[in-house]
Ligand binder design. Structure first.
Ligand SMILES: Nc1ncnc2c1ncn2[C@@H]1O[C@H](COP(=O)(O)OP(=O)(O)OP(=O)(O)O)[C@@H](O)[C@H]1O
Ligand SMILES: [Mg+2]
Length: 357
């Protein structure tokens, strides 16, 4: 599964247009695609004729409620594309999750559970850098930054690169960046100048394909369909198909293994072939034990082993389906699982991590 977030803090540069039409183009190439609407404006949902009045659950519930799964929120568009719709209430999530554990990794942790169902996940993000955009970035292995050919958007691009570098430093998560020129009138000298400028600064990241200016995009969005549903738009459709193909070709440049490892770090316990894998990133620990309802909260716990390959402390247990509370004991100190957002208060007023199988 490749997860690509379409981001840019600048409003109206084409994030939603690119997200919808790229998802549809990948579908035309017979890929299984999930489009995630992570913008309270819900333009990606509305642009595919999915109204939040008609759906029960949205990305708001997905981020907020530990028990809501991707499957509960999916809305099927066609054989190749599903969407996780959004609703305006998503704008409240930043405040509601303030101080909650793992709030920036919630989307990624949920998506990893759906990794066998989709070949591509495309995330449409809002025009600011807040909790939602962080969720979109942390869940992604790649980002597409749409830029319009203007000097103003060039400045925005420099700022965005700084934000990405900061995120990279703080989370040790590296995303591959693709800069996509959108809304270009190719024949003008001004456009050519801007493209030349972009090539100068971003040659490694700049995509070969560019997306032309056309009023058809607005019309398509109003009709609730991708450009592929519109008549007389062959040239535009070809551009998006070429964009999808270019991304397909770029796959060899990606360190897919790094992305997988990153996703594992994001996540609390994971179902694996042999049972349930618990893991913890505690680089300076001398010993780590796991304890919980499955050991009757024994003070000794079960010894976890450090995996030399990725440095994580790990243990795999056989557990029957059910709910289990657990904690880690790191150098004698009891902590909850920093990568598991599901938790309940115990009788001592501390949080136990909660595993639901
Ligand atoms: N290539 C294009 N040609 C013509 N119009 C375009 C193009 N791309 C986007 N637009 C139009 O520009 C407007 C803004 O586009 P869009 O909603 O995709 O931007 P956005 O970055 O998602 O905005 P926001 O930051 O508000 O989420 C829309 O009306 C859209 O139809
Ligand atoms: Mg948008």
């Amino acid at each position: 599964m490749r997860t690509i977030s379409v981001i840019n803090q600048k409003g109206g540069c084409g994030k939603t247009t690119v997200a919808i039409n790229l998802a549809a183009a990948l579908g035309k190439l017979n890929k299984k695609v999930l489009l995630v609407d992570l913008d309270p404006q819900s333009h990606a949902s509305l642009g595919l004729n999915v109204s939040f009045d008609e759906v029960e659950l949205t990305t708001y519930n997905l981020l907020r409620d530990p028990r809501t799964k991707i499957e509960d929120v999916i809305f099927r568009i066609d054989d190749s594309m599903d969407i996780l719709p959004s609703s305006p209430i998503l704008s409240a999530i930043e405040q509601e999750l303030a101080g909650k554990p793992a709030r920036e990794t919630r989307l990624g942790a949920k998506l990893i559970k759906a990794r066998d169902r989709y070949e591509y996940v495309i995330i449409d993000s809002p025009p600011n850098v807040g909790l939602l955009t962080f969720n979109a970035l942390i869940a992604a292995g790649e980002v597409i930054i749409p830029v319009e050919p203007s000097y103003f958007s060039l400045q925005g691009l420099h700022r965005l690169r700084e934000t990405l570098e900061l995120l990279e430093k703080e989370t040790k998560h590296k995303v591959k960046v693709h800069v996509l020129i959108n809304n270009i009138e190719k024949r003008t000298t001004f456009s050519r100048d801007i493209v030349a400028e972009l090539e100068r600064y971003y040659s490694a990241e700049l995509m070969d394909v560019t997306i032309s200016h056309s009023v058809k995009y607005k019309e398509a969005a109003l009709r609730g369909m991708p450009i592929f549903g519109m008549g007389r738009s062959d040239r535009l459709q070809r551009e998006f198909i070429s964009l999808a193909r270019e991304l397909e070709e770029k796959v060899s440049f990606l360190q897919m293994e790094d992305i997988e490892n990153w996703m594992i770090r994001l996540h609390g316990p994971r179902i694996v072939k042999e049972g349930v894998l618990f893991s913890l990133d505690a680089p300076n620990a001398e010993n780590v034990y796991l304890t919980g309802e499955f050991t009757n909260w024994s003070r000794e716990g079960i010894r976890m082993i450090r995996d030399e390959k990725d440095g994580l402390w790990k243990i795999t247990l056989h557990l029957d389906p059910g709910e289990y509370e657990y904690r880690f004991i790191v150098n004698g100190v009891w902590i909850n699982d920093p990568n598991n957002m599901d938790s309940v208060l115990n009788e001592f007023g501390q949080e136990n991590s909660l595993l639901i199988i």
